[in-house]
Design a protein around this ligand. Structure first.
Ligand SMILES: Cc1cc2nc3c(=O)[nH]c(=O)nc-3n(C[C@H](O)[C@H](O)[C@H](O)COP(=O)(O)OP(=O)(O)OC[C@H]3O[C@@H](n4cnc5c(N)ncnc54)[C@H](O)[C@@H]3O)c2cc1C
Length: 381
């Protein structure tokens, strides 16, 4: 098959690798607008057991990527100035650029063509092709060209966030919720290599306005956040990389393919960064699309199979991501109304996928502390 892929992010790269590895006769080209060595952002995290989701299907890639990950067995929730460690939430992380660089080398060894500095604006530009894959992220031009046919909806959420880094190497994935006169400032921070951490700051729209971030320039915004998080940064600076305030688009598509054009990764749906599953979902989409092609006779059948098999597991995580983003939209009220233990418990159970029994299993100490405040829960199974 002749396969044209737009976007050399995790979704496009991994789909190309799987298809080419299975059948070296496929002619696969990936078109990427950025130069090879450019990428926005700092590190990305994988929730749960690191890359375990890959292991069953792809031991080779699992072994290739795992040595490059930073991992921690627990997370820390900071309620204003009180730290609550929470066990049973494994996370791992890697620099986004490092992940992409490893995947570029991997697909090129397999014979996939990577074309950098190429802006793909329309499907017509990619012809002739047997399959066109829109793997070009949350603002996909391929999706936008056929938005009505895909049944695209984009729900812009009100919170504002900015993706920065810092030289402070944090020891666990930490979510710090600090009270200020303008409202709660939340930082999602975690080490992704020995001398660097991601430092993503999120605030509600009201806090953002009260803090004057609509008027402050980028340097002044960094200085303000360095002051708010001074006890956490311990003198380390916040680092920018074209960082800008944004709001989160919750993207969904009713139909995942139109003719021979299919969407995967963030182009297909976005999952709020607070559940640490965007990269994982993108790679799982790639696996599902590959398996559909491996098991089906032709393109229409494979694309129908892709949506039918991938929708149920993906929708569960998408729903959890949306519950999580709404929890962050109410963080000011929650920080004000709860003790540190109740707040950490609320964080743990925010998506509806973790109940009290599961909190007990993951972190018996947190469950016991919560039961002391809510004795009606003690004694249950
Ligand atoms: C602030 C923030 C924090 C995040 N944190 C995490 C995290 O901690 N953990 C996690 O797992 N995920 C995280 N994510 C999400 C993660 O980055 C994405 O979910 C993941 O990268 C999706 O992969 P993708 O391949 O679908 O798209 P992308 O990684 O977005 O790749 C798309 C590629 O397409 C290219 N492209 C776009 N348009 C064109 C065009 N017209 N022509 C050619 N090329 C084009 C882009 O340059 C890009 O390289 C975060 C996202 C944001 C915004």
């Amino acid at each position: 098959m002749r396969i044209e892929i737009v976007g050399a992010g995790p979704a496009g790269l991994y789909f190309a690798a799987l298809m080419k590895r299975h059948d070296p006769a496929h002619e696969i080209t990936i078109h990427e607008r950025n130069p090879r060595d450019a990428t926005w952002g700092f590190g990305v995290v994988f929730s749960d057991r690191a890359l375990e989701f890959l292991r069953a299907d792809d031991e080779e890639l699992y072994q290739y990527l795992t040595p490059h990950l930073e991992t921690w067995p627990e997370i820390t929730i900071v309620h204003d100035h009180t730290r609550v460690p929470v066990a049973g939430n494994g996370f791992s992380s890697i620099g986004r650029l490092e992940l992409l660089t490893l995947l570029y080398a991997y697909v090129e060894r397999l014979g996939v063509k990577l074309r950098f500095g190429v802006e793909a604006e329309s499907v017509e530009q990619l012809e002739p092709a047997d399959l066109i894959v829109g793997a070009n992220g949350a603002f996909s031009s391929i999706r936008a060209q056929h938005a009505e046919a895909f049944g695209t909806t984009v729900d812009w959420r009100p919170n504002r966030f900015i993706w920065w880094g810092t030289t402070k190497p944090f020891n666990s994935l930490t979510l710090t919720f600090r009270k200020t006169p303008d409202g709660v400032f939340c930082a999602h921070h975690y080490r992704y290599r020995p001398d660097r951490s991601t430092f993503l700051v999120e605030v509600t729209e009201a806090t953002w306005m009260r803090a004057g971030f609509d008027r402050l320039g980028p340097e002044a915004a960094m200085r303000r956040c360095e002051q708010v998080f001074a006890p956490d940064l311990e003198g380390h600076p916040i680092i920018s990389n074209n960082s800008q305030w944004r709001s989160f688009p919750a993207v969904w598509n009713a139909r995942w393919s139109v003719g021979k054009v299919v969407l995967i990764g963030d182009a297909l749906r976005t999952a709020h960064f607070s559940i640490g599953s965007g990269t994982r979902l993108a790679m799982e989409d790639a696996v599902a699309l590959f398996k559909a092609f491996r098991d089906c006779g032709d393109v229409p059948e494979a694309l129908a199979r892709f949506q039918a098999t991938r929708l149920p597991p993906m929708k569960k995580i998408w729903d959890a991501a949306n519950a999580s983003l709404r929890w962050y939209e109410e963080m000011d009220e929650r920080v004000a109304a709860t003790s540190p233990v109740e707040f950490a418990y609320s964080y743990m159970t925010r998506t509806g996928r973790v109940d009290h029994a599961e909190v007990r299993r993951r972190d018996p100490g947190l469950a016991a502390a919560y039961e002391r405040l809510h004795p009606e829960l003690a004694g249950g199974q």
